[in-house]
Design a binder for this molecule. Structure first.
Ligand code: NAD
Ligand code: GLY
Length: 369
């Protein structure tokens, strides 16, 4: 019998005043008609998806729209980061215009973080903002990319350099979509999940420590709900990254982004963040912010989910130069989010390149601990 992961069905509200919205968790895609049927989503729904996801789930969503007497069109893009560019935005908004979509119509994204970032951005600028519903189908998008309103695209100079803060009208998650997600993609999501445990929830981290890989999939609905609440809570406190609190979501990403730039496509985002979390917890230990036990625990959990932990094949000198592209660099200073203990991190930790270089090389030399 086919597995059913929608064993948990909840609605989590992200409280952002007039930008508030619900994250529906554990709802069947075919039942999205009850959401889309609402008048406020207009008469025209444009589905944005990719060539991996649409053939599996597209018809179900289309039928749900049609069952409510609404008009449905679709744009299906090649999968992956290469679709997250300005040309695609132009294509999407051009399609909206030629289809005479008005402000009360809706862009619905069906796919991973690439699709929600791109579709969310297009929805934010077409007619200065039309409805946007996100149906995230990758683990990473369910726990991270679909929550919090960061939308955007890449430029040839770097990732996510053009974008907007634009909250969706709703996020609709059918956990069963995870059943078709490739293993390597699942692991990318796991890296972000481990991050949430480290930055905000000892309880989540302890749960992760007890999970066997073979039993992971059934535990995901509960874990995803915890992550949505954690990210939602951080975003509620600093929606537009004004106070700096949202920076804590960047734990593991300072080194992680530098590693990703230097080693993509050999290492993907999640694998780079996994290495970033290991490296940054080593920095936490070496700066005296946390104990060695915290570093060891973080490394062990990352390894448990078969994510990389060793810097043996990483050239430290080559990643250090990319650290300067980090958005947290201020007044020419490199700033990190480092762990204090499991569940608590400290942001704005300034380290110079020499200190980082020394610590990371020492970490590689002692890789047995
Ligand atoms: P993705 O959208 O490329 O999806 C990963 C792969 O999985 C793709 O090949 C996709 O076709 C496939 N896929 C997705 N769902 C599937 C399913 N259910 N079954 C089979 N295949 C499926 O990438 P991603 O990892 O989901 O997201 C990464 C993107 O998200 C990056 O561009 C990153 O910058 C962005 N992101 C944004 C935020 C944010 O806050 N906006 C946060 C984190 C990441
Ligand atoms: N992914 C980091 C953020 O949403 O702020």
């Amino acid at each position: 019998m086919k597995k059913n992961l929608n064993i948990l069905k909840t609605k989590t509200k992200i409280e952002l005043g007039k930008n508030s919205y619900y994250v529906f968790l554990g709802y069947l895609l075919k039942k999205i008609s009850s959401l889309l049927g609402k008048e406020k989503y207009g008469n025209k729904i444009l589905i944005l998806s990719d060539k991996n996801v649409f053939p599996i789930y597209g018809e179900t969503v289309k039928n749900a729209v049609v069952s409510k007497g609404k008009e449905v069109t679709e744009i299906i893009l090649p999968p992956g980061e290469k679709s997250k560019n300005l040309k695609r935005v132009e294509e999407i908004i051009g399609f909206c215009a030629s289809g005479k979509m008005s402000r009360d119509d809706t862009v619905l994204t069906l796919g991973g973080g690439v699709i929600s970032d791109l579709g969310g951005f297009a929805a934010s600028i077409y007619m200065r903002g039309i409805n946007f519903i996100s149906c995230p189908t990758s683990l990473l998008a369910q726990v991270d990319a679909s929550i919090g309103g960061k939308t955007g695209i890449n430029l040839p100079f770097g990732k996510n350099l053009v974008g907007s803060f634009y909250q969706p009208s709703a996020v609709y998650v059918d956990f069963n979509t995870l059943l078709t997600l490739p293993e390597r993609e699942k692991k990318q999501g796991m890296a972000e999940i481990i991050k949430y445990g480290i930055i905000k929830s000892r309880k989540l981290f302890q749960l992760l420590e007890t999970i066997e890989l073979s039993g992971l999939i059934e535990k995901l609905p509960d874990i995803i709900e915890q992550c949505v609440k954690i990210k939602g809570n951080v975003v509620e406190k600093d929606e537009r990254e004004k106070t700096g609190f949202r920076e804590i979501l960047n734990f593991g990403h300072t080194l992680g982004h530098a590693i990703e730039i230097a080693y993509s496509p050999r290492l993907n985002h999640g694998e780079s963040v996994a290495l970033g979390m290991v490296g940054e917890s080593y920095l936490g230990w070496k700066t005296g912010l946390c104990g060695k036990d915290v570093f060891k625990k973080i490394k062990a959990v990352v390894e448990q989910f078969k994510l990389p932990v060793s810097y043996r094949n990483i050239e430290i000198d080559s990643i250090l130069k990319y650290l300067w592209y980090d958005k947290k660099v201020k007044k020419n200073k490199l700033r990190f989010v480092l762990p204090e203990k499991i569940g608590t991190v400290k942001k704005g930790m300034e380290l110079n390149q020499k200190e980082i270089n020394y610590a990371l090389k020492e970490m590689v030399r002692n890789e047995r601990y």
